[in-house]
Design a binder for this molecule. Structure first.
Ligand code: ADP
Length: 290
C-alpha cells in the first residue's frame, strides 16, 4: 500500500525587510533565505517522517531539482515527479520586524500539470493505495475522477479555498482534512462544532477531520464523532501545523491505528512542529515523539 501525494512543490524566497516595499520604492533587504515549500511538499515530508510509504507526484521546473533531492533524502519516492520548462512554483515573502508578512505566489509548474501526465501517474496505483490532494495544483477534478476509476481512497485537504474549488464536485472525496477557515468556506458554519455535521449532510459517506488549532481536532464518520485534544505547548511558529497533523494522522491510519490513536499521535507531532520555526523543517521525526 502506498500513499500517492499529488501536490505542490514550491521555492519560498524569504526576505527580511525593515518595512514592506511601497509603490515606486526600491528597498534593500536585511537578509535572504531560500526554503522548500508548498503544502504538497510539506505533507509528503510529514508522511515520510511519520514512517508512511509515500510517493510524491507533481511538477517542478529546471530550477527545482533541489526539491526532488530533498524529498528523496527524506525517503519519499519521486519516480513520478514531472519536470517542465516552466519555472518551479515559488513565493516571494517579505517579513517585517513585527513578524508580519506579505506574500506573492506564482503557481509556475504547479499550475500546468497536463491531463496526460495525471493519467500516466494515477495508472501506476490501485485500489489498495490512497491519493492525497490539496488545492495548490491544477486539475483537481481530473485527479478526483482518475482516482475513482482506479478505486483509490481519496483524501482532500481543501487548501487554499478558491472560487473554483467551491464549484467543484467533491463527492469522490473519502476523507476531508480541513481547518476552521476551510470548514467555514465549505459549509457556511461559523461554529466549529457544527461544521462536521453540516459537511456530512453534503458528503454523507466521507470521513471528516476538522482541526481547531490549539483547541484540538474532531474526527467524524457515519454520525460518530471523536475529539482529540491538542498538546499544550508554547507555540513559536504555527506554519505547517496542519501539514504535520495531516501526515501523522494518515500515517497512523495507514498502519491500522484507530481514529483516537491517530488523533493522539498527530497532536503530539503537530505540537512539536509549532515549537520550531519554519515549515517542512519544523516537522518532527517519528523517533522524537514520546
Ligand atoms: P492549520 O495549520 O491547517 O491551520 P490548525 O491550526 O488547526 O491547522 O492546527 C493543526 C493541529 O496542530 C491542531 O489540531 C493541533 O493539534 C496542532 N496545533 C496547532 N496550533 C497549536 C498550538 N498553538 N498549540 C498546540 N498544538 C497546536
Amino acid at each position: 500500500m502506498k500513499i500517492l501525494n499529488f501536490g505542490s512543490l514550491n521555492i519560498d524566497h524569504v526576505y527580511r525587510v525593515a518595512h514592506f516595499v511601497a509603490p515606486g520604492e526600491t528597498a534593500s533587504v536585511l537578509s535572504y533565505q531560500k526554503n522548500a515549500g508548498g503544502k504538497g511538499l510539506n505533507q509528503s515530508i510529514a508522511l515520510a517522517r511519520a514512517g508512511a510509504p509515500v510517493c510524491h507526484a507533481g511538477q517542478i521546473g529546471r530550477d527545482g531539482g533541489f526539491l526532488a533531492d530533498l524529498l528523496s533524502a527524506e525517503g519519499v519516492d519521486v519516480t513520478h515527479l514531472g519536470v517542465t520548462d516552466q519555472p518551479t512554483g515559488h513565493a516571494v515573502i517579505q517579513v517585517n520586524p513585527e513578524g508580519q508578512n506579505c506574500i506573492l505566489v506564482c503557481a509556475g509548474a504547479n499550475g500546468t500539470v497536463s491531463a496526460d501526465y495525471m493519467r500516466s501517474v494515477v495508472a501506476c496505483f490501485g485500489a489498495e493505495d490512497w491519493l492525497l490532494l490539496q488545492n495548490e495544483v491544477a486539475g483537481l477534478p481530473t485527479l478526483l475522477s482518475l482516482a475513482k476509476e482506479r478505486g483509490m481512497r481519496v483524501i482532500l485537504n481543501p487548501s487554499p479555498i478558491t472560487e473554483e474549488l467551491l464549484h467543484t464536485d467533491l463527492s469522490a472525496v473519502d476523507c476531508f482534512i480541513l481547518n476552521e477557515t476551510e470548514g467555514y468556506a465549505l459549509t457556511g458554519e461559523t461554529e466549529p462544532f457544527a461544521v462536521p455535521d453540516r459537511l456530512a449532510m453534503l458528503y454523507p459517506r466521507s470521513e471528516i477531520l476538522l482541526t481547531l488549532g490549539a483547541d484540538g481536532a474532531f474526527w467524524q464518520v457515519d454520525g460518530k464523532r471523536v475529539y482529540g485534544s491538542a498538546c499544550p505547548v508554547e507555540a513559536v511558529d504555527t506554519t505547517a501545523a496542519g501539514d504535520t497533523f495531516t501526515g501523522y494522522f494518515l500515517a497512523a491510519r495507514a498502519e491500522g491505528a484507530s481514529a483516537e490513536e491517530a488523533l493522539s499521535l498527530a497532536a503530539k507531532a503537530a505540537a512539536i512542529a509549532v515549537t520550531r520555526p519554519g515549515a517542512a523543517a519544523s516537522v518532527p521525526y517519528r523517533r522524537e515523539i514520546g
